[in-house]
Design a protein around this ligand. Structure first.
Ligand code: PMP
Length: 368
């Protein structure tokens, strides 16, 4: 049996399933990268070999997301969580306020982090309905430095449809859990960030896209160099040692994505994959209950509950025995969650959908 035969249906929320061709390519090159006699883990970040890896990754991203020359592309570290701090540090000037759309736990964390150093305000929140929906309406204020939103709420399983583009206020987005999963206009934003470990590659690298003209007015006083976007731009993401292997693998994932037909094609697949699972939920007569409001449903994280926590436990145990990994909801909310990022094959979603139907019709889990 090869290792490929032993791979499971992995529904983890991140780190998550990666495209097999990307992993195999890395395996193939592991001991001797491009005849250097070294692994990518062993090469210098100042070498021409690494320079090419990073440049290729950037070029692929620019093609896949149609990123214009007005944007810098940065590969940083510290995860999306460090961006929660870097964004306000660099872009809220004295007298200004960071406005936040609260649509889940990660946007709460983003505003909490910003509030430790700068003034913030909540522009809108759907907390009252348990973050089942996304409130889109908001009013700009003259002191707003930017409006921050989380494009996909990994924990609650909700996703923005139309973004609240507003000509007056720069838009900043945490796209950690849905970047590259659907077509959108990068130009509508001033800054986009994403931890890599869902759709982009392994944990350890964080992608930042930022408008060059906005950087010109960034705060530098009192901001440590390592936390200034400008310092990373100047050093072409090599201000300090970059996460060489993570950037390399990210490049392999992007290469796979291009080969599959790009973002429009994976969006089509993601629609199909998520529709399969939501259909099982909707046709289950309430046996499965979708967590997200129907119009806010995520195509990346499908969240659902069963009638009781005991039934959820039985379902999760039974799914585990059937070879499905990572279906427990986030520890903060419980329930069930199937994360179906770009690399999740349609066949795995079909197997899960079939399993869910089968589990329901076994009937032995009804109460009473
Ligand atoms: N934002 C979102 C939307 C996330 O899903 C996550 C992680 N699951 C984070 C931020 C935090 O990311 P990191 O662990 O890379 O700091």
């Amino acid at each position: 049996m090869s290792h490929l035969d032993k791979r499971v249906d992995n529904f983890n929320a991140g780190p998550a399933v990666l495209p097999e061709p990307a992993l195999l390519a890395a395996q193939e090159e592991m001991l001797n990268y491009r005849n250097s006699g070294m692994s990518v883990l062993e090469i210098s970040h100042r070498s021409a070999l690494y320079q090419q890896i990073q440049e290729e990754a950037e070029d692929r991203l620019r093609r896949l997301l149609d990123i214009s020359e007005e944007f810098e592309v940065l590969f940083l570290q510290g995860g999306a969580s460090l961006q929660f701090a870097m964004v306000p540090m660099n872009f809220i000037r004295p007298g200004q306020v960071g406005a936040y759309m609260l649509s889940g736990l990660w946007s709460e964390k983003a505003i909490q982090e910003a509030a430790t150093i700068r003034d913030t305000r909540v522009a809108a929140t759907s907390k009252d309905d348990g973050y089942r929906n996304i409130l889109q309406a908001w009013q700009a204020e003259p002191t707003d430095a930017y409006l921050h939103l989380t494009s996909n709420n990994t924990i609650y399983g909700t996703q923005w449809g139309e973004f609240p583009v507003n000509q007056e206020v720069p838009l900043v987005a945490d796209m950690s859990s849905d970047i590259l999963s659907r077509v959108f206009a990068v130009d509508d934003f001033h800054l986009i960030y994403a931890g890599a470990q869902k759709n982009l590659g392994p944990a350890g690298v964080t992608l930042v896209l930022v408008r060059r003209d906005w950087l010109g007015g960034a705060v530098v006083d009192g901001v440590p160099k390592m936390l200034q976007y400008g310092a990373h731009v100047k050093a072409v993401s090599k201000y300090n040692t970059p996460p060489v292997f993570a950037v390399y693998l990210l490049g392999k994932v992007l290469q796979w994505l291009e080969g599959e037909g790009g973002v429009a094609e994976v969006e089509r697949r993601n629609r199909k994959k998520s529709a399969l699972l939501y259909r099982v939920i909707d046709e289950s007569n309430g046996f499965y209950r979708g967590y997200a409001g129907k119009t806010a449903r995520s195509r990346m994280n499908v969240t659902f509950n069963l009638a009781t926590p005991q039934m959820e436990e039985t379902f999760l145990q039974s799914a585990k025995e059937a070879g499905f990994v990572g279906l427990s909801g986030h520890r903060s909310v419980g329930g069930c969650r199937a994360s179906i990022y770009n690399a999740q094959p349609l066949a795995a979603c079909k197997r899960l959908a079939d399993f869910m139907v089968d589990f329901q019709h076994r009937g032995e889990y009804r109460e009473g």
